[in-house]
Write a protein that binds this ligand. Structure first.
Ligand code: UD1
Ligand code: CA
Length: 468
């Protein structure tokens, strides 16, 4: 039995990204670039994978976790050298290597499977995955002989005019017979424009030795390599089209797919409508029959069914069935809304638990509060949860009614069914079923405006006299 093992090259510096971070960790639609590559390999049935990492490799290792074998290459002396560094980490039984670059995130599992199946069926020593590109700039060109067989790959920096005109490029994805590859690589030198060990040079060595070198063509789009920020944006656009197409196939309405941004990590239920300017990010789950947007961000949150969110930001929160959020609301981390909660305009909620059917219709800040069911929070209610040193909790029990413009100075509790008079600053608990009012009493002074008017007129007359 042959064992196909993946070798993922991820030790390069990625200079053209001009980044502090490793190229393969740059995110596309919420996931690091390299995760797409290892996922495609896994989906193609390649379980064992050796990841070649280098400078800053620890962060790559941390992102991917321990489900892989790791090899180190530092300094990066070329893709050929990187593969040599993987040798010691290969399982002894591995006889076929599927080598891919960590910077081709659009790669599809089906293409990888086709590559190694054809490679094995043909009994080749090497099979190169190629693509035709309208603009081949930046890629190695595939040089074929008169009989159509692959002879070599010439890097752009080393190519002459005739070679530069070739539109068939090396995708950086290959299948190799293990022994043939390593023995060929030991013959590869650095006599080229970049002074590096080129992996594709192993192909020319194998051809010279009379080995079987085959090729398979794939689509240009899915084999695109990410070298620059512009490439990253182009690949993200492709990915987004794929994600949006899958959402629509799954029964989600996208009013305008061109302005809908859903991460690869998100799930959306059937008959949900996504309006323009919607961003669904991270580990987010949106239920069925929801209406999200326009202009809404939901990050790392769970939304139930029949939830409406418009012009809002929801972060690390849980939103129950039938809730209505926004317009212009901000749910911050740790917020948990039970079913049918209404959070209206200009409301901010942080780390609160809010019971079923409670309404927070407008102009309110709730932080570190536990609010029961059926509560009404009047406009302008503020939980004063921070004393400058630490945060304190507020408890508002079921069916309580908080009048408008109330300050709840925490720690404080408003009991079940209690009422707080509008304009109160509540510093002491309000017992269940009671009214709490904390504001100065109103005094009405009869005739006061007229008296004030007379006094002013007298003063003005006096001043005019003095100035005359
Ligand atoms: C490479 C190929 C080129 C091909 C293109 C496809 C070589 C010499 N050239 O060029 O023929 O058309 O990919 O996208 O292979 N890496 C290492 N160690 C190194 C150098 C690179 O691990 O010393 C890794 C990088 O992290 C990257 C991958 O190998 O994931 C490719 O390296 P990159 O520098 O992007 O190669 P290209 O110039 O794109
Ligand atoms: Ca590349």
């Amino acid at each position: 039995m042959t064992q196909v093992v993946g070798v993922v090259l991820a030790a390069g510096q990625g200079k053209r990204m001009r980044s502090r971070h490793p190229k393969v960790l740059h995110p596309l639609a919420g996931k690091p670039m390299i995760e797409y590559v290892v996922a495609a390999l896994r989906e193609a049935g390649v379980e064992e994978q050796v990841i070649v990492i280098g400078h800053q490799g620890e962060s790559v290792r941390q992102a991917l976790g321990e489900g892989y074998r790791y090899a180190y290459q530092d300094p990066p002396r070329g893709t050929g050298d990187a593969v040599l560094k993987a040798e010691a980490a290969l399982p002894a039984t591995a006889d076929t290597l599927l080598v891919v670059c960590g910077d081709t995130p659009l790669l599809q599992a089906e293409t990888l499977r086709r590559l190694f199946e054809q490679h094995l069926a043909a009994g080749a020593q090497a099979t190169l995955l190629t693509a035709h590109r309208d603009d081949p700039a930046g890629y190695g060109r595939v040089i074929r002989g008169a009989d159509g067989r692959v002879l070599a790959v010439v890097e752009e920096q080393d190519a002459g005019t005739a070679e530069l005109a070739v539109q068939e490029v090396n995708t950086g994805i290959y299948c190799f017979a293990r022994e043939a590859l390593f023995s060929a690589l030991r013959e590869v030198g650095t006599d080229n424009a970049q002074g590096e060990y080129y992996l594709p040079d192993a192909l020319a060595v194998l051809v010279r030795r009379g080995a079987r070198v085959a090729a398979l063509e794939a689509a240009a789009e899915e084999t695109m390599g990410i070298n620059s920020r512009a490439d990253l944006a182009a690949a993200t656009a492709v990915l987004r089209r794929r994600i949006n197409a899958a959402l629509m196939t799954g029964g989600v309405t996208l009013v305008d797919p061109a302005t809908t941004y859903v991460d690869a990590t998100v799930e959306v239920g059937r008959d949900t409508i996504l309006h323009p300017g919607t961003f669904l990010q991270g580990q987010t789950v949106v239920g069925e029959e929801c209406e999200i947007g326009p202009f809404t961000t939901v990050r790392a949150s769970r939304l139930g069914n029949h939830v409406v969110v418009q012009y809002a930001v929801v972060v690390e929160s849980e939103v129950g069935d039938g809730c209505q959020i926004g317009p212009f609301a901000y749910l911050r981390p740790g917020t948990r809304l039970a079913a049918r909660v209404k959070v209206g305009d200009f409301v901010e909620i942080k780390k609160c638990e809010i019971g079923e059917g409670t309404k927070v219709p407008h102009l309110t800040y709730l932080g570190d509060a536990v609010v029961g069911r059926g509560v009404n929070i009047g406009a302008g209610t503020i939980t004063c949860n921070y004393d400058g040193e630490r945060k304190w909790p507020t408890f508002i029990e079921d069916e309580a009614f908080i009048g408008s413009n109330t300050n709840l100075v925490a720690p404080v509790r408003v009991g079940r069914g209690a009422v707080v008079g509008a304009g109160s600053t509540i510093t002491k608990n309000v017992p269940p079923g009671s009214l709490g009012v904390a504001r100065s009493r109103q005094a009405n002074i009869a005739g006061w405006p007229a008296k004030k008017g007379r006094k002013r007129a007298e003063k003005d007359e006096k001043e005019e006299g003095e100035n005359a």
